[in-house]
Design a protein around this ligand. Structure first.
Ligand code: FAD
Length: 462
């Protein structure tokens, strides 16, 4: 039997973008239908992305911290890994959050339709045998991992979703792609006992981040990973006893190398081409991205798009803000998406975090900047935590001394970055930051101290 739903707003996809848009639209008094192919809400982020990866990184951190304690006089035994229990812990975390979203949808009377939706016209969507007629639509269809066509299909070749399933702990693992997702998952498997190699085509890991930040990370991790930069994989042969990988480039091994597992982490592609968007008149580019204006409108004025499907940076917090804007515009508010900065964090060990203008970007765009750096070797808190490899860098407009961006490498860098985000968003200058009293001893203090160095009120470091 076919069903008919008439709604003011339909949201296609219930990831961070989609559920945020749906909830905000409902809070603003609109009647909302949320369509989701997965059996739970939360999209990639909650089900197979941000959250499960952080649950596993927590496990990795505790293992590493316990090991490190030996040099401070506390020795724990070798960790006993129970993969079933780790998986159960990760699934519990996911369940808590996705169930919470289900409750929040119910509370707001957002109608959730389970199934894969496709446009059939400018005001209609089909989900299985349900026809949805809408006044406004928000496309929040997200993205999926890119696969490499020359790599054979094999259970031992996994993407980030496969890595999060944590089926086993391979002896030798190759992470193909030295971006954030590859390094985070590499950190987990390394802590659990795998020998992890990382191959990256560019001449640095995490190519979007400034070279100095990445250099500190890479130096710290030279003992943990076999890192092959400026190198690419040209062939993979699946044999009974392992995956034989041929490399080419600056740091390529001469002969094929055997691995038990390969994690392919070379980026994500948008899902825009899978929605029959043309039937609604919505333009999708050849890569699957949907173009929008500052109010998140596609070329069809009553259809909006948000999140990974509209482009970089593919980050949950960007999707959430876009979702709010799209819902508010539909409800008649004169809002638009125009943040000064969007933070990026690699939750690696140490973490790498940056926001606003990077030095690299300033150079490319000819923006005159000056930087101030506070090395954590001079931070009491970093010394007391035995983690002095990090540093905090602030990037100022050369003429006005207004802060344009900043970057941190070190433990808790992601948590610390919030202060720099706020400073950039509010147009703070170096003096504002230098005059702000930071609690001692904190790692955050390094932000104030970097600004004081820039202002000239500190001329030497202890
Ligand atoms: P998604 O989360 O991709 O959700 C889209 C949803 O739409 C999916 O559930 C999909 O099933 C559904 N859908 C698609 N098409 C249809 C259709 N036609 N009908 C019905 N349903 C449909 N970002 C961060 O900010 N911080 C992190 O720490 C972080 N870690 C990550 C770790 C990993 C391993 C991965 C893979 C990603 C990570 N990300 C992180 C990225 C983050 O997950 C994405 O940027 C975010 O989920 C994008 O949100 P979205 O709403 O655009 O789409």
């Amino acid at each position: 039997m076919s069903n008919e739903i008439k709604t003011q707003v339909v949201v296609l996809g219930a990831g961070p973008g989609g559920y945020s848009a749906a909830f905000r639209a409902a809070d603003l008094g609109l009647e909302v239908t949320l369509v989701e192919a997965r059996s739970t809400l939360g999209g990639v982020c909650l089900n197979v992305g941000c959250i499960p990866s952080k649950a596993l990184l927590h496990v990795a951190k505790v293992i590493d911290d316990a090991k490190e304690m030996a040099s401070h006089g506390v020795t724990f035994g070798a960790p006993e890994i129970d993969l079933d229990k780790i998986r159960a812990w990760k699934d519990k975390v996911i369940g808590q959050l996705t169930n919470g979203l289900g409750g929040m949808a119910k509370m707001r009377k957002v109608k959730v339709v389970n199934g894969y939706g496709k446009f059939t016209g400018a005001n209609t969507l089909q989900v299985g045998d349900t026809t949805i007629t809408f006044e406004h639509a928000i496309i929040a269809a997200g993205s999926e991992p890119v696969a490499l066509p020359f790599i054979p299909k094999d259970d031992r070749v996994i993407d980030s979703t496969g890595a999060l399933e944590l089926k086993d702990i391979p002896g030798e693992m190759l992470v193909l792609g030295g971006g954030i997702i590859g390094l985070e998952m590499g950190t987990v498997y390394r802590a659990l006992g795998s020998k992890v190699s990382v191959v990256e085509f560019a001449d640095q890991l995490v190519p979007a981040a400034d070279a100095d930040i990445v250099k500190a990370y890479t130096k710290y991790n030279s003992k943990n990973f076999n890192i092959m930069l400026s190198t690419k994989v040209t062939a993979v042969e699946a044999k009974k006893d392992g995956l034989y990988v041929t490399f080419e480039g600056k740091n390529a091994p001469a002969n094929p190398v055997r691995y038990d597992k390969i994690l392919v982490a070379v980026g994500r592609k948008p899902n825009g081409n899978l929605l029959d968007a043309a039937k609604a008149g919505v333009n999708v580019d050849e890569r699957g991205f949907i173009n929008v204006d500052k109010q998140l409108r596609t070329n069809v004025p009553h259809i909006y798009a948000i999140g990974d499907v509209i482009g970089q940076p593919m980050l949950a917090h960007k999707a959430v803000h876009e979702g709010h804007v799209a819902a508010e515009v539909i409800s008649g508010l004169k809002h638009f998406f125009d943040p000064r900065c969007i933070p990026s964090v690699a939750y690696t060990d140490p973490e790498m975090a940056w926001v606003g203008v990077t030095e690299k970007e300033a150079k490319e765009k000819g923006i005159a900047v000056e930087t101030a750096t506070f090395p954590w070797a001079a931070s009491g808190r970093a010394i007391a935590s035995a983690r002095t490899e990090g540093f905090t860098k602030l990037i100022f407009d050369k003429e006005t001394h207004r802060i344009l961006g900043g970057a941190i490498v070190g433990i808790n860098a992601g948590e610390m970055l919030g202060e720099i985000c706020l400073a950039v968003e509010m147009g703070a200058d170096a003096e504002d930051i230098a005059l702000t009293i930071h609690a001692h001893p904190t790692l955050n203090e390094s932000i104030g101290l970097a600004a004081e160095i820039y202002e000239g009120s500190i001329t030497d470091l202890p």
